[in-house]
Design a protein around this ligand. Sequence first.
Ligand SMILES: Cc1ncc(COP(=O)(O)O)c(C=O)c1O
Length: 447
Amino acid sequence: MFSKPIIRVIPPGPKARELIEKHREFVATTTHDPENLPLVIERGEGVWLIDVDGNVYLDFSSSIAVNNLGYPTHDEIKYVVTKMIEVLAHAAGTDFFNPYQIYLAEKLVKISPGSHKKKVFFCNSGTEANEAAIKIARYFTNRKYFIAFIGSFHGRTMGSLSLTASKPVQRKRFFPMLNGVIHVPFPNPYRNPWHIDGYEHPDELVSRVIEFIDYWVLQHYVPPDEVAAIFFEPIQGEGGYIVPPKNFFEELSKLAKRYGILMIDDEVQMALGRTGKMFAIEHFNIVPDIITMAKSLSGGVAPIGATIFRAEMDLETGAHSNTYGGNALMSMVALKTIEVVERYLDNVLSLGKIIKERLYDLKERYNVIGDVRGLGLAWAIEFVKDRNTKEHDIKTRDRVIYEALKRGLVLLGCGKSSIRIAPPLIIDEERIKIGLDILEEAIKASV
Ligand SMILES: Cc1ncc(COP(=O)(O)O)c(C=O)c1O
């Protein structure tokens, strides 16, 4: 285990440069940013990532909240992988029964909010977990409309993409998607259409959003009894780690209940300890009808997704399925992942306090930081050109990411001009402080 980053050659080193060029030649374009994040990872050790040129970086990204238990994965999960490879990795979990997916489903039902009867649908990714939620909600309610939030990210397959409203490039030329998705403002305390300071006046912000949905949408053009569900992230992830006011979901839930609308909680990025609770929605005191998850459920090993729903919503035989869902190997990996994460929840809450204090201190001292927000080990800082106009400072954000990389810290952007601070849950105080010191040096070098 390393005690600090080691930079042998400024990234991208010669091997990294060569591989990035090859990647560009053979691999489809997705979301890489070789200018600001020219990181070619060869291996991982706990909270450290080692690139192909031998540089050692501290990871504050958890590979977008997947590697919550570090790299390559936790020792107890490695043991499960080797054991299951000897026993059973895959055998049509859709057509044959196996004990492993039952164990996992039982555990997910037990740990998810609400003591009512629930069932679990298994798949391979976040977007698929959301596709299943869309289908279950439509099938159960026989209603067609969905309400989703501006700034949200729910995936990129055509159903989930129709809910996603984070960046225009994600939707450009793909229209038409699923019909009947209505987007409404999210109660972002820092940036909202009413210019309300949501930290000072959270109740006013919540009232405006609820009024927008109830009066402007449901009483003007969308028949409430045709709305199947409201889709939401408890904390918007890709949109910028935006934490809504404490009472927002309770108010939203009251509105949904009044019209018989389901509440679908997309926990793909926040579930399993990221915020210090197993599910981020536990901070907000409501019980959703459907919960979707993926990323961290995998223990950083291989894809798995899950949709947890009220048992009476179950579909009929043949209505929905997929090949790898409930795969034996990944079911046991996910089960062990949950067990290990349970032991780290206190660590997340105490380290979260250290991060919070330090980020607020940085905000005091650097005008380029407009907003700081987060919970547990899910934090973001937003860069602005001017604190009054709140104009996004994308250039500085990108520069900070690269300056941090040069000093041995891996950061990922989010929102339009924010950086997320989302280290693996297994990190300790000393390494958190090392990372935050590098973050400050990177900001200093970028302004
Ligand atoms: C909240 C949320 N939902 C859904 C997704 C889509 O997950 P996947 O990339 O596994 O399809 C993501 C991915 O970032 C996400 O953050």
